[in-house]
Design a binder for this molecule. Structure first.
Ligand code: DC
Length: 236
């Protein structure tokens, strides 16, 4: 892997492992972009939203009052989340050793993941795992609070945004490709609700880090966004 002008970044020490954060709201295309940036730069890819989705699945399977800290803590103690990247750089996520990769993308889990993400016990557990993985560096991490809270000293921070209408359209296409057909109106409502909850929660709410590069992707195709991020990282 070759970073031609990486030395131009005076705040980056060459011996330090690289961390690139990509944050933004639901449906903006973070996963597509982050996965591709990681692949092209030969870095590991970490989807932190999938971790919140894993907790949501665990809550769905073991119904409890998530406002009750004792109940939630006891569930979290019995929840082991791990993941590995396969050869195609796709995330294989396990919950207590079960491969749940294909079980966390439903609208119900999307909603529930945003709910559990408001709970500090959940965030504490997941942030600890995320930072442990990040210690090794050479990673592209995507989520809501990567640049603001989990990796405040990351080498490069990006915040992707797009209009609600465009994000709903993208999500609808994505679901259709995965064989699920849900009307754009319903998706719009769901994204709007999640936006509100993710941006207004007390703990690590979604907002751009002060030093993040903000990219409005509304009128861009994924390749444009990917190329822009790679150019920034290479200092082109
Ligand atoms: O990126 P996603 O749609 O898979 O994320 C699902 C939910 O998880 C999202 O609504 C908010 C939460 N989340 C979070 O609070 N912090 C992160 N770093 C990633 C996701």
């Amino acid at each position: 892997m070759n970073y031609p002008s990486i030395k131009n970044h005076t705040n980056m020490k060459m011996e330090k492992a690289l961390i690139i954060t990509i944050d933004g709201p639901s449906g903006v295309g973070k996963s597509t972009v982050a996965k591709s940036v990681a692949k092209r730069l030969g870095l590991t890819y970490l989807d932190t939203g999938a971790m919140y989705r894993a907790i949501a699945l665990q809550v769905k399977r073991n119904p409890l009052n998530i406002d009750n800290e004792e109940e939630l803590l006891s569930l979290l103690r019995n929840t082991e989340i791990e993941f590995v990247n396969n050869k195609e750089n796709n995330l294989i996520l396990t919950l207590n050793n079960e491969n749940i990769t294909d079980k966390i993308r439903s609208p119900e889990i999307s909603r529930l993941s945003s709910d559990v993400a408001t709970k500090s016990l959940v965030r504490k557990k997941l942030v600890e795992i995320q930072r442990k993985i990040g210690l090794n560096g050479n990673i592209v991490v995507e989520g809501r609070d990567m640049g603001t809270y989990v990796f405040p000293d990351a080498d490069f921070k990006f915040y992707l945004d797009a209009t609600l209408e465009e994000r709903a359209k993208r999500r609808s296409n994505q679901l259709r490709e995965a064989g699920q057909s849900i009307g754009v109106d319903n998706i719009t409502k769901e994204i709007e609700l999640r936006d509100k909850q993710d941006k207004e929660r007390l703990e690590s709410p979604l907002h751009p880090a002060p030093n993040a590069v903000i990219i409005n992707t509304t009128n861009l195709i994924a390749d444009d966004v990917i190329n822009r991020i790679i150019a920034e990282v290479k200092g082109e």
